[in-house]
Design a protein around this ligand. Structure first.
Ligand SMILES: [Zn+2]
Length: 347
């Protein structure tokens, strides 16, 4: 298994970027993959610090709003030309995923510097991008270091941070789905990684009162949880501990909704409904999401009720091999509608 060697979470942690790179032996050439805005908020400061350490830095700025596998290819060409010792992904989900996948394809290490806390891809070995032919994530590589600066991340829109909580709370149902697959299909179930994933969701619930706009304390809770989830996936060598029926529901929405919401928001709403199907305390999950300020209804994320129903029905077909509660009891349109209404996701 591949695990990060350095994880730094805290205020001003990008100040350590130089010593971290040096300590890992990256003393000559670094390629920085980022976006226009994220270069402004974090990338340029990182470049300056690294250059101050005598490291040659080249930045590659991704300008498209919806990055695809094409951006990965462009980054790979850049890697071949510039020959960096390490690739730094500085940004939200997409920029990190592009850096992660392009560096993995070219067999060089990657450092994750998230500027938001919107999903667990900031520390996981998986990447999810359009054009891969799959609506879910694929194996790339674990970051060799994760540097999460709470001062920078706290400047991200709160919607992104609250969305990250949906991706954490999802572990209540993803772990249940995994155990179900073990019981029904004899799938390998690793209790240690399952516990680790579940612990992140519990950590979030126990500290949900700290999570609100401009709370660095709350942000630290979210980052710790997201990073542990990523590490649980790295240990498992699979996204199984962190991605179950609630994720299939979110992937289905990405395929059919005219304007999908954030990954974490969709997963959070999915978790409420999947918890109901699993016989878990779905109201506790909904109430915690509400308290955090994350959406709990279709209306709040601007998705039409018919898309919610359709996504519930088609979700198990997205990954037939990944057995979940939705494979155990596939929902008809009527049952899906009843579930969404019962849990208050649609009126
Ligand atoms: Zn996720």
């Amino acid at each position: 298994m591949q695990l990060p060697r350095e994880v730094v979470v805290g205020r001003g942690s990008i100040e350590f970027i130089g010593p971290i790179c040096r300590g890992l032996g990256f003393t000559k050439r670094v390629l920085l993959i980022t976006g226009e805005v994220t270069f402004e908020v974090a990338g340029s400061a990182i470049k300056e610090r690294l250059e101050g350490e005598g490291i040659k830095v080249e930045e590659h700025i991704i300008t498209s709003n919806t990055p695809t596998i094409h951006d990965v290819k462009v980054c790979e060409e850049k890697i071949v030309r510039f020959r960096p010792q390490v690739v730094l992904g500085v940004g939200g989900g997409a920029k990190i995923d592009i850096a992660k996948l392009s560096s993995a394809n070219r067999r060089i290490p990657f450092i994750s510097v998230p500027t938001t806390a919107s999903h667990d891809g900031i520390s996981s070995p998986f990447a999810s991008l359009k054009g891969l032919g799959k609506p879910y994530s694929v194996m790339a590589q674990s970051p060799i270091a994760v540097i999460a600066d709470t001062e920078i991340i706290s400047r991200a829109p709160y919607r992104l941070i609250a969305g990250g909580c949906g991706d954490i709370i999802a572990k209540f149902t993803s772990v249940r789905d995994w155990r179900l697959a073990h019981e029904r299909k004899g799938e390998y179930y690793a209790q240690y990684t399952a516990s680790m994933s579940l612990m992140s969701a519990q950590h979030l619930i126990e500290n949900s009162h700290l999570i609100r706009p401009n709370s660095e304390e709350g942000l630290r809770v979210i980052l710790e949880s997201l990073i542990s989830c990523g590490i649980a996936m790295a240990i498992a060598g699979s996204s199984r501990p962190c991605s179950g029926s609630e994720h299939l529901f979110s992937h289905a929405l990405d395929l059919i909704a005219p304007k999908p919401a954030l990954h974490g928001e969709q997963c959070g709403i999915g978790t409420i409904m999947m918890a109901f199907l699993h016989g878990l305390d779905w109201e506790m999950i909904r109430d915690n999401l509400k308290r955090i300020g994350a959406p709990t209804t279709a209306d709040e994320v601007g998705i039409e009720p018919r898309c919610i129903v359709e996504a519930l029905v088609i979700a198990p077909r997205i990954r037939p091999e990944r057995y979940t509660i939705l494979h155990e009891k596939p929902l008809s349109h009527e049952e899906a509608l009843a579930l969404a209404k019962e849990t208050g996701v649609i009126e």
